[in-house]
Design a protein around this ligand. Sequence first.
Ligand code: ZN
Length: 334
Amino acid sequence: MEGTPRGIAANIVQRPVLGKRWGAEGPERSPMPELPDVTVYREALERRIRGQLLCGVRIAKPFVLRSVEPGIDAIAGRTVTGVERLGKRIVLMLTDDHFLVVHLMIAGRLRWRPPDSPIPKGRGLAAFDFRAGTVLFTEEGKKRRASLHVLHGRAALRALDPGGLDALKVDLATFAARLARSNHTLKRALTDPRIFDGIGNAYSDEILHAARLSPLALTERLNEAEVTRLYAATRMVLTDWTARLRAEVGDGFPEKVTAFRDGMAVHGRYRQPCPVCESPIQRIRYAENEVNYCAMCQTDGRVLADRAFSRLLRQDWPRSLDDWSERLGGGPAA
Ligand SMILES: [Zn+2]
């Protein structure tokens, strides 16, 4: 990687922030758990409940349960045979092809507490009871997006899979083919759950910075070297962050999910110095999201005008990625 003359950073013009409507309720307040976070949750759960009997499920907020058949009674008394990740969802595998599927969405969280712990008032959604302890399912804030599905049969489980590719499990050719399937901005392609699996706003920023690629570059225009760099960066960022979170959690249970992780290069670091070249991190806001990037490292020093590019991103974007991801719960997408 080439060094960057520090003086150039001073030439970057800070564009005015677009409108007030983002305000304190900006996207950064509520990070959606992504592949590294969900993986660490999955592992912590598996250590505690694999092979354990699910004694019962308590539902405090009926709307959280989005499936009708089978009912909760069908899974109480079954044994957990494993815990898996399905995109950004966590799946408790139960005997006889029954599944309890948890989607944390943005503000949903899981806690491990002593047996029969009460469900906290307000933010408490449900509790899964085991002899060794209780998994509490909570959601902060007013928006109710977190969800539970009780399913029977593999086909029902597959219907919840948006179909994104797990970049950690495929080779370069498969990754490149998936990228080439449609023409989108890189930011969109990485975070589309139908294209790639488990990557959201935070890690896509980190991946693009590591790959030294513009978030607005179009997938169709990438050359071979750029695709190779993106592939390597995707794997490196997801692997590194999973390892880092795993080390943080140790034998414990992940209690802290935040977008402001120390050590992130660009995400949530608007105006702070890039760890590589020290020029200030830039941002583009659009829909309910924002992109953070380093102009020196990723866009040949060009600051992408917030207004024009947020329009471009919005055109290449569903109104709200989170609503979109939620809607995908209905079935597999093309
Ligand atoms: Zn930089």
